[in-house]
Write a protein that binds this ligand. Sequence first.
Ligand code: OSB
Ligand code: MG
Length: 368
Amino acid sequence: MNIAKIELSVIEIPLKSPFVTHLGIVKNREGIIVKITDQDGHVGLGEGVAFSTPWYTEETVKTSMHMLEDVLIPLLLENPVQHPEQVSSLFQSVRRNQMAKAGVEMALWDLFAKQQQMSLSKLLGGTREKIASGVVVATDSLTNARRQIDNYLAEGYQRIKLKISPGQDYTFLAEIRKHYPDLPIIADANSSYSLGDLDRLKALDEFHLLMIEQPLAHDDLIDHAILQKEIKTPICLDESIVSFEDARKAIEMGSCGVINIKAGRVGGLLEAKRIHDYCLEREIPVWCGGMIEFGVSRAHNIALASLEGFTIPGDISASSRFWEEDIIAPEVTVENGYIAVPDKPGIGYTLNEKRLQQCLLGKKEFRF
Ligand code: OSB
Ligand code: MG
């Protein structure tokens, strides 16, 4: 692929409003922007989506930087790749560290698409010209939740995701349902329950949720299979699926009826597409999850969600959902509940270098 250099920029931007889950509050988002330039001057962009602390997965910005600098980029230097599909097998000698791997892998997909003068969506086999947009409401206040839902519905979002936990579930959802009887709602528990909470979870069936996301442990498939037999609401797995093999096993065992696909969580776009293809064949619906990400990862999500099997609106919101100003140009916008899939080469968005400079915490450069 004629790589000339790789630049890693660690950036930080405050969220417009705090993102509250039972696991903690995100107020500032740190992230890693991966920029790969080839010998002809084409630029591929990727984003490392690990957080500053390991609350969602075990990775952090610092562990990602270590893996990128000391392990993954040296591997690429020693083993030139001809196609981004070769990256995940090259990285197979490294255990886990999916988000670090995905940061580079996704930049190489964008670069390859630009070298081919093709949109990333088309290169991945995408069939949609626009994707349905959903949004997450993450607050522990009912008043805030209702105000946010009203605003997001006015902006056109097609479905809402609410964070729930044993301290905020039945009465919270009952109140929301009373005001929005027909609203498509996903409830995301981020692993806050155990099988001991079976009655609490069964009680949520009456709210005819689209699905309940990751009710049980982040690394569990077995208890989810037991739970799914007991509740009517489809289970969607997020944290439990960090590879194609996890997805296959979860479906074989009946641990879920839906999968939330995040390229960062599964190690890149190739693995994400394998999970998509497997689910499409078995008529398991999938949707594209979000990571409170900056524009680069958001743009990759748009390309990924243009694949046929992404039939449920994803957590792919406008740049303005989280940021006063994003790091890409143009910003991602939602019109009538949809985001247009760019037909320009690659991800179809460019870096807003001025904004990137404003948010920069540190930078590393590697010459090939
Ligand atoms: O559990 O889906 C999740 C954000 C960060 C980490 C995990 C999750 C989330 C979200 C927000 O729910 C998704 C978004 O970026 O809109
Ligand atoms: Mg989730």
